[in-house]
Write a protein that binds this ligand. Structure first.
Ligand code: TYD
Length: 138
């Protein structure tokens, strides 16, 4: 697994085109983000008080966007933690491989849009925090 730090996870300002009829934000793979975008998914209808995430990825890069509403992303590299609040659709959080993440404090109606560098693979997940800690000590 790639060794990373929470400092590698940055909030990116995204292109926003504004006019009277509303806004549009664009994300292109290998241009606005450093990876090819192979998969998009989104979390929605999240009940109040629920938490998501609770895992790390071995190889996957992601851009996480609050397409609507707001939520917090807690990042943990095994040594340092960092909490990022996402609440504007024209900003996205890059999460690199090797970072434990937890998402919580979802506002009512929040939509969490995720642009990912790989298609879904359960083998890429580390879902156990002790396992995560062991791997990053190696
Ligand atoms: P998971 O990534 O654990 O959700 P979260 O991090 O948002 O809490 O995924 C939840 C379930 O959905 C799990 O059973 C795997 C499945 N899933 C897919 O089948 N394909 C996907 O692309 C994703 C993201 C999840």
């Amino acid at each position: 697994m790639q060794r990373s730090t929470v400092k590698d996870c940055k909030v990116l300002p995204l292109t926003k085109i504004h006019n009277r009829a509303g806004n549009i934000t664009i994300v292109e793979g290998n241009k606005d983000v450093s990876f090819d975008i192979k998969r998009i998914y989104y979390l929605y209808d999240i009940p109040g008080g629920e938490e998501r995430g609770g895992h790390a990825h071995k190889e996957l890069f992601q851009l996480i966007v609050a397409a609507s509403g707001a939520f917090d992303v807690l990042l943990d590299d095994g040594k340092n933690k960092k909490s990022v609040t996402l609440n504007r659709p024209e900003f996205g959080l890059i999460v690199v491989p090797g970072i434990w993440r937890e998402l919580n404090n979802f506002s009512s109606g929040a939509i969490c849009l995720v642009l990912s560098s790989e298609i879904y693979s359960e083998d890429d997940y580390i879902r156990d925090y002790d396992d995560f800690n062991k791997r990053i000590q190696k």
